[in-house]
Design a protein around this ligand. Structure first.
Ligand SMILES: C[S@@+](CC[C@H](N)C(=O)[O-])C[C@H]1O[C@@H](n2cnc3c(N)ncnc32)[C@H](O)[C@@H]1O
Length: 305
């Protein structure tokens, strides 16, 4: 009888590859270029959550049960968010970037990776307080349709309100934060005039293309979950989606720009706020040139502008 050589240490990777392939073949979601260590950690959490001995046990379930697939998508896509998360960044937007955007006749904003909408409505509150809402079109996108349904509804548990108010004030909020919500039992709902100002659309940064010409792109805490190849793809997509002179905001921890090919276009920014400005045409990766924005103002080629 032939002796089969087992390579047990590879089994888990094989299972992950098979599970990802099943998600892609069945539902069209391709997670193969998500950062491997974090993906592996999240899939192990799923194995425990579903209480199965091996990840491969989930494959038949996800193939036949969309609810299992949705749990997997929610887990892999990481929905953590907050109102005015990272307040100094919002203060910087208010003081430095929005006044610059105000000089455009119309402002198209693409917020990629909007999740359950807390960041989307933070943006709308800011635009409202800066008097820019009427000339702005805000399109918020995400891979996760069920998260966007929650974002569209604009309703959350009221237990987080105190924390959000604190961040809003730290971000330089000029109104009464609670006035942006209607209280309904133990939930709060975003006021209708702000809910009406956003279009939510599904858009997958892995596979989908340019759909608007934007003056401002916000994509925070999304690239951090992608590997280098996918980060490169997305940065190039952002370059082609941004109008010349437009701005790109990434998450503070997303120091993705230096090493990549697209990084030649999107230079590493200051230690504070990850805001970049596009200044040249983008035909393909490596062509765009993006300025570096500093918390104290924008710097172009060493010049303060
Ligand atoms: C950690 S949340 C960040 C939410 C928000 N931007 C913030 O910083 O508070 C990451 C978001 O990226 C979305 N996402 C993950 N993969 C994506 C993809 N391939 N295309 C579009 N959105 C994606 C997730 O669904 C999730 O809403």
């Amino acid at each position: 009888m032939a002796v089969i050589k087992w390579r047990n240490h590879h089994l888990e990777d094989i299972e992950i590859a098979l599970l990802l392939e099943a998600m892609k073949a069945r539902y069209g979601y391709d997670f193969s270029n998500y950062a491997h260590a974090s993906l592996k950690r999240r899939l192990k959490q799923l194995r425990d959550y579903f209480d199965v001995p091996h990840l491969s046990h989930l494959i038949p379930s996800l193939l036949y049960d969309e609810r299992v697939a949705q749990v997997i998508i929610n887990n892999i896509s990481v929905l953590a968010s907050d109102f005015f998360r990272d307040p100094p960044v919002w203060r910087y937007l208010r003081d430095e970037i929005l006044p610059r955007l105000a000089t455009f006749p119309r402002i198209n904003i693409w917020q990629a990776g909007c999740g359950r909408g807390q960041e989307t409505y933070s943006l709308l509150i800011l635009l409202h307080e800066c008097g820019l809402l009427d000339k702005t079109r805000l399109v918020a996108t995400d891979i996760n349709v069920s998260a966007m349904d929650e974002a569209r509804a604009g309703r959350w548990s009221a237990r987080d309100l105190d924390r959000w108010r604190t961040s809003y004030l730290a971000a330089g909020g000029q109104g009464h934060f609670d006035d942006y919500f209607q209280r309904e039992g133990d939930t709060v709902m975003m006021v209708e005039h702000l809910r009406q100002k956003v279009e939510f659309n599904q858009h997958n940064l892995v596979t989908d293309e340019v759909f608007m010409e934007a003056q401002f792109i916000v994509c925070r805490n999304v690239l951090i979950y992608f590997d280098d190849t996918l980060q490169e793809r997305v940065l190039e997509l952002f370059g082609r989606s941004l109008q010349r002179g437009g701005y790109l905001l990434l998450g503070r921890a997303e120091n993705v720009l230096q090493s990549s090919l697209a990084g030649r276009c999107f230079q590493k920014i200051d230690a504070g706020c990850n805001v970049l400005r596009r200044t040249a045409e983008v035909a393909h990766a490596g062509v765009a040139h993006v300025e570096v924005a500093h918390a104290g103002g924008l710097h172009v080629g060493g010049q303060h502008v």
